[in-house]
Design a protein around this ligand. Structure first.
Ligand code: ATP
Length: 301
């Protein structure tokens, strides 16, 4: 499928602090891409760069093959976005906000559709000053979606939403993606995007540390082996020298995806005169896998 958004070698510094280091990825038409990383990893900075809100130091961003930057943003009329906090006018109703944002074409129908999809009917005619945090968040998301843009960029959209609202939003995003809309959605919680994203980008310290399909991540990243021996330090050395990648852990820990066969590992240890005391297969949940990847990246620095 053709890529709608392309980001190539994006660099960005704030003063002396470099926060993005050669970030490259793409978002295919009709795909939902999750951008996940701990606080301060650079998620919002990537999104603001794509939206031409901040100048970048290097790299190239294109939407539908046309370049986007702080001085060139023609393509952005095909983009809907919610970055950080929604801009809300307290004395306008939710509906008046959407009327301000909605294009004239299919205006009423589009407003009605997004209000129903996000379950906002009950309070859409109330002034926004009476809205709770979650209600304001939903209004911000509705503003980003109301014109059915080709690309939607949402920064931590689930923040403050109750479980029903999260489900409504997930279902609606999936429906729009099936109709051809592309999404880039950030979160600092990987499992929040598990049921939603087709592809996942894991960002740490301004670098993409993993890029894969969600299915691949769920299937592969989740299983590892922990091996205990009578000489763990020596065993780690033997395995590392043989090119086997160990996960950062006091014990000897190997991700299943990085392993051709467990036999090979055990043979290497026995050949080095090391006794194997125990082998344990561990199923991590997605959040643990995410923390492993982020911690591995930290150790490598
Ligand atoms: N306007 C700015 N001036 C200086 N530093 C900034 C600015 N905006 C962001 N930063 C720094 O850039 C880094 C990345 O910030 P960013 O907001 O992109 O992270 P994030 O991944 O979105 O984090 P969070 O999950 O907390 O929202 C942080 O170290 C932050 O302090």
């Amino acid at each position: 499928m053709a890529d709608l958004l392309n980001v190539v070698d994006l660099d960005k510094s704030f003063g002396k602090q470099q926060v993005l280091h050669g970030v490259s990825f793409s978002v295919a038409t009709g795909h939902i891409v999750g951008l996940v990383g701990p606080n301060g990893a650079g998620k919002s900075t990537i999104m603001k760069s794509i939206l031409g809100l901040i100048p970048t130091d290097g790299g190239k961003i294109t939407i539908a093959d046309d370049p986007v930057s702080i001085t060139s943003h023609q393509e952005l009329d095909q983009v809907g976005a919610l970055i950080e906090y929604p801009g809300i006018y307290p004395f306008l109703t939710g509906k008046q906000h959407l009327q301000l944002f909605a294009n004239h074409k299919n205006r009423q129908a589009n407003i009605e559709q997004v209000v129903n999809a996000l379950g906002m009917q009950r309070y859409i005619n109330q002034r926004a000053k009476q809205y709770s945090l979650g209600m304001k968040q939903k209004l911000g998301i509705a503003q980003a979606l109301v014109n059915h843009p080709r690309l939607v960029i949402l920064d931590e959209p689930m923040n403050g939403l109750d479980p029903q609202a999260v489900k409504n939003l997930r279902d609606y995003i999936r429906q729009l993606a099936d109709e051809g809309t592309s999404f880039l959605i950030s979160s600092h919680i990987l499992s929040e995007l598990e049921k939603l994203a087709d592809d996942i980008l894991i960002l740490d310290h301004g670098q993409i540390v993993r890029q894969s399909s969600m299915n691949e991540l769920v299937q592969s990243g989740g299983t590892s082996y922990i091996i205990r021996t009578n000489k763990d330090t020596q065993a780690k050395e033997v395995l590392t020298n043989a090119g086997i990648n160990l996960l950062p852990n006091q014990a000897i820990m190997i991700a299943q995806e990085r392993l051709n066969s467990l036999d090979e590992v055990l043979r290497l240890l026995i050949a080095a005169n090391i006794s194997i005391v125990d082998v344990n297969k561990v199923q991590h949940d997605l959040e643990e896998s995410f923390l492993d990847m982020v911690n591995a990246d930290k150790e490598a620095k």
